[in-house]
Design a protein around this ligand. Structure first.
Ligand SMILES: Cc1cc2nc3c(=O)[nH]c(=O)nc-3n(C[C@H](O)[C@H](O)[C@H](O)COP(=O)(O)O)c2cc1C
Length: 254
């Protein structure tokens, strides 16, 4: 089994590891000219961003040639996955890979403009994360089928939801608007954890224009030197089962 993941703060990497099989980083796979994936089961684990999947994951689905009898798609999210599930069903159909199973796991929400991280971490036990992962892992091991139909009404709803949520949630989220304060020691960790290769560190931190708005850089900064103008939390988050080194290995593109 191969499990392809995209992660900023470790939730998806943790889920990929827990599901089992080979965990493969999508940002690393995207470096290849061609992506050929063939196994008895192949899956994707990624976060919900503004009610759908990250841009890179959608590009990955178009680029990858996936050959399997069992293709699954798991989202992690923090509050509401809204149109993300029909979005995965539609994307799989558009990319020509038959989908057998889609599900979601509610975890810590790393969306800095919306949530105080300390509170998110403290209240995480109520989400029963381990039980959710156990359930999804059992379904996948048993090769269960679960793909809700997506009708025309849902497609329209999906478009409206995404446009509204993207305007609301991603406003001010692009890296060009981040603030680097005087705590910065130019260690370059922000650049190493960026899955989009959007950051260069010289005598200053430079953000380019292809940010995924994943916030990996903000959450991983060891000096808490990176901030958003509209952040609700100065505290930061990384999944307790995932190391900074693992996130760098997953995301470093340089
Ligand atoms: C820009 C952005 C947008 C997000 N949008 C949503 C959302 O619409 N709904 C939701 O429940 N969680 C949302 N989240 C939270 C993440 O989906 C969630 O924390 C996820 O588990 C993070 O996975 P990771 O640790 O692997 O990066 C968003 C996070 C970011 C950074």
């Amino acid at each position: 089994m191969k499990v392809c993941y995209f992660t900023a703060t470790g939730n998806c990497l943790y889920v990929a590891k827990r599901i089992g099989g080979d965990a493969l980083s999508m940002p690393q796979l995207m470096k290849q000219d061609k992506i050929e994936l063939s196994d008895d089961a192949v899956g994707i684990v990624c976060p919900v961003y503004a009610g759908e999947m990250p841009k890179m994951v959608r590009l990955f689905m178009d680029k990858a040639n996936i050959r399997t009898d069992y293709f699954f798609f798991i989202y992690t999210y923090g509050m509401n996955h809204s149109a993300a599930i029909p979005n995965a069903v539609t994307a799989a159909a558009e990319s020509g890979t038959a989908l057998q199973y889609v599900n979601s796991i509610k975890m810590v929400d790393n969306y800095l403009p919306g949530f105080e991280m300390k509170n998110q971490i403290e209240t995480a036990p109520a989400k029963k994360i381990e039980e959710q992962i156990d359930g999804v892992s059992r379904d996948i091991a048993a090769r269960r089928n679960n793909v809700p139909p997506v009708g025309i009404v849902q497609k329209i709803f999906m478009g409206v939801i995404h446009n509204t949520m993207a305007k609301l949630l991603l406003k001010g989220s692009a890296a060009q608007q981040y603030i680097v304060n005087t705590n910065c020691i130019r260690c370059g960790i922000c650049a190493k954890v960026c899955p989009a290769n959007n950051i260069t560190v010289t005598d200053q931190v430079h953000f380019s224009d292809h940010c995924e708005s994943c916030y990996a850089c903000l959450h991983a900064c060891p000096k808490n030197a990176l901030h958003m103008k509209n952040e609700r939390s100065t505290a930061r988050f990384r999944n307790e089962h995932v190391t900074l080194k693992e996130i760098i290995t997953a995301n470093e593109r340089q």
